[in-house]
Design a protein. Structure first.
Length: 158
């Protein structure tokens, strides 16, 4: 069964806010902020809630940038991740039990300490390009196949 997830990154000028995952899925990796969409909430509401829970930030604007499907062969997990960008927010990033937030300049993003797929889609995201794609993983760290396509807003909303 496919799980619906959110991932949100805050962009401020030429820097992006990432969080070091301190526990659970993705522990020890820099990532955006997000997680499961709870019953009764929209995907956007889930993205806002996760950002508040994981970094103490209230998002004002939210722009959908992409949708990525992930298949993990070792455990059979299927994930549909809705990726959002925000540049207007309230609050300062705070460390929580789950995440340690840190700002990174676009030129200093720690790709070697992130999920391997981030190297493919994050540069598009930072250039304001919209995308859809899929990644198949083996052992949670090896991409064995992928497809990534640029799309327009209408296709992203379908």
């Amino acid at each position: 069964m496919k799980k619906i997830l959110t991932l949100c990154l805050i962009v401020d000028q030429k820097r992006v806010l990432l969080g070091m995952k301190k526990r659970g899925f993705g522990e020890g990796r820099w990532n955006g902020f997000g997680g499961k969409v709870e019953e009764g909430e929209t995907i956007e509401e889930g993205a806002r809630r996760e950002m508040l829970e994981e970094a103490g930030i209230q998002i004002k604007d939210l722009e959908k940038m992409g949708i990525l499907d992930f298949k993990f062969l070792d455990d059979g997990n299927l994930l549909e991740v809705h990726i959002f960008k925000s540049s207007s927010y309230e609050g300062k990033p705070i460390e929580t039990e789950e995440m340690l937030p840190q700002w990174f300049d676009f030129l200093d993003i720690p790709f070697s300490e992130m999920w391997p797929d981030d190297l493919y889609w994050l540069p598009l995201f930072l250039k304001d390009k919209k995308f859809k794609g899929n990644f198949v993983f083996e052992n949670k760290d090896k991409i064995i196949s992928h497809e990534l396509n640029l799309i327009n807003n209408e296709k992203l909303l379908q």
